[in-house]
Design a protein around this ligand. Structure first.
Ligand SMILES: Cc1ncc(COP(=O)(O)O)c(C=O)c1O
Length: 249
């Protein structure tokens, strides 16, 4: 990966596009399809490279908040601080769902009222969860996808720790759950993935968002203004990283 990075430094003489080069989106799509057992993930419409999940989690909130009156961003608590800052700066109210020792480190989604779902525009799910490590189950995702469809909000699944696990069984991802539930348009569902933890490349600032194409289209437009295009040599190094599994073991 570092060799690829060094050999691609000539890329600095070009402006990168916000959408990213097709070979990167293809490498991401191939990785995600294999990892999550997906039948399809269109590299043209269902995948976008981002410069780390941190900026992407912030940016998606700015894109999604504002359609509803009195918008709510719903987040686990404890939480990664960006969820809160993103919600506040988007002008939403925050609603926290406890997932500490008092709830055995799990969010109890059944406790969330329909009034809350009604106002919700973004639901942050962090699975595997930082800090608790708990994992969102297929049953929980089935429930959340039903609510997202009924109340028109987006499930923003922060999966940057998905490649760090014990044993053979990799943790379930949101798109994997969609596939298993026959929800293959991924409507209302987005995953946020990163090379920071998987490949120990936090300084590369490289990740991706994948899922609902109807959200990724306006998200791409938003991003052209935000101006977070990934440098071409970082894209080339990222292709090498997504194409290789050995270094993750
Ligand atoms: C839960 C969680 N999400 C997202 C991130 C951001 O990671 P990155 O922007 O490097 O992809 C972190 C970083 O520590 C994190 O702990």
């Amino acid at each position: 990966m570092l060799e690829t990075l060094a050999n691609s430094l000539g890329g600095v003489s070009k402006y990168p596009s916000t959408k990213g080069e097709l070979p990167l989106r293809e490498a991401i799509s191939k990785w995600a399809m294999k990892r999550f057992n997906l039948d399809a993930l269109n590299p043209d419409t269902e995948v976008l490279p981002v410069t780390g999940t941190r900026e992407a989690l912030f940016a998606i909130t700015q894109t999604l908040v504002g359609e509803k009156e009195q918008p709510l961003v719903v987040s686990p608590n404890p939480f990664y601080q960006i969820y809160e800052g993103a919600g506040i700066l988007a002008g939403a109210d925050l609603h926290f769902l406890p997932c500490g020792s008092e709830t055995n480190y799990k969010v109890d989604y059944q406790q969330v009222s329909d009034e809350t779902w009604q106002r919700c525009e973004v639901l942050f799910v962090c699975s595997p969860n930082n800090p608790s490590g708990s994992i969102t189950t297929l049953e929980e995702y089935a429930y959340l996808i039903e609510k997202a469809q009924a109340f028109n909000f987006t499930i923003v699944a922060d999966e940057c720790y998905s490649e760090i696990y014990f044993g053979e069984q990799a943790p379930l991802g949101l798109l994997e759950a969609c596939q298993q539930l026959g929800h293959t348009t991924y409507k209302h569902c987005l995953i946020f993935q990163s090379l920071s933890k998987r490949s120990n490349l936090p300084g590369l600032r490289s990740g991706f968002v994948a899922g609902d194409a109807t959200i990724l289209k306006p998200f791409l437009l938003y991003r052209t203004y935000q101006g977070c295009a990934m440098p071409i040599h970082h894209q080339d190094a990222s292709i090498a990283a997504w194409n290789d599994e050995e270094h993750c073991h």
